[in-house]
Design a protein around this ligand. Sequence first.
Ligand code: CP3
Length: 342
Amino acid sequence: MPKNNLFLQALNNETVSRPPVWMMRQAGRYLPEFIALRDKYDFFTRCQTPELAAEITVQPIRIVKPDAAILFSDILVIPQAMGIEVLMKENIGPFITSPIRSMKEVQNVLVPDVNETLDYVFKAITLTKEMLNDEVPLIGFAGSPWTIFCYVVEGKGSKSFDTAKSFCFSNPEAAHLLLQKITDTTIAYLKQKVAYGVDAVQIFDSWGGMLSPVDYQEFSWKYINQITEALAPLTKVIVFGKGCWFALPEMAQSKASAIGVDWTITPENARKFTGGNVTLQGNFDPARLLSPIPTIKKMVHEMIDAFGKDNYIVNLGHGILPNIPVENAKAFIEAVKEYEAK
Ligand code: CP3
């Protein structure tokens, strides 16, 4: 059991002296130490080299001191393992050389043996756990099948993902086959992460909010729920859906131990839509970390008051932005630690 166990206590609905805190994308470009390694090694080299991934994972633990670590990697290692070439291009972001757009292309996508294709991730977990020395728990993660589908069909990031959506609506059979292949790979991958010792897993549905509530059920939630059902007997599952507040009632009925919310919903409504006792995670507007430090601290305390200190994990409503001063990120974490004293 980690020495700092607040995060797992919150996932277990235990009463705590203060809520735990971590930040999505806490290993990132706002840290000069991260930039130093980024200048030396390209993105997927950092993901694929266990020593680098482990070092990058523990950087925020040393510097900003959150209550949990999240393994440095990317959601797009899954399509890579499935035989799809994914590049990370400067100023563009993820780039898929040959996007998947037909039944024939879907049929050629592999459901790989994760032990062969993603062993570097499992090695990174072993190394990270050694470096963490049981100080804080370690979170493993995967993208939701829909969010991964968005990239592999669209070919890159998008404001609307209309190519991915039109593939679903014009060729639902092929779309579902691809979503199922991604789901099967993800389940095997997350199970193996648990076997190597992660303490919880988070599913990132960054683009779920692109879908209407009805389409969300068919193309996203159905598959997230399969993953949650498969993993819940083995570990704690956190489901984060950006822009997915409309799906909170279903999420609350699922086997997820916590639900992540973005900043477009009030804590009161998030509690109401989830029935009251489910552990919630979020939802500080990442851009609000650009406020003066006293404002950040005041807003964090108000946010904890609104969610309540129990059944709650303090986080941002999405990943930290690259332009956040390290001092402001530290203040966000400190504000939560100071809450105890209030
Ligand atoms: O939270 C953490 O600290 C763990 C690391 C993590 C990364 N990506 C590292 C990363 C996590 C959890 C992710 C998940 C991820 N990757 C998501 C879901 C979460 C979210 O924020 O929506 C998505 C959609 C991706 C795909 C992806 N990878 C994008 C859109 C980008 C940004 C491209 C850019 O240049 O802005 C990446 C690259 C990436 N993944 C970076 C980091 C720290 C930044 C690029 C770099 O370091 O060179």
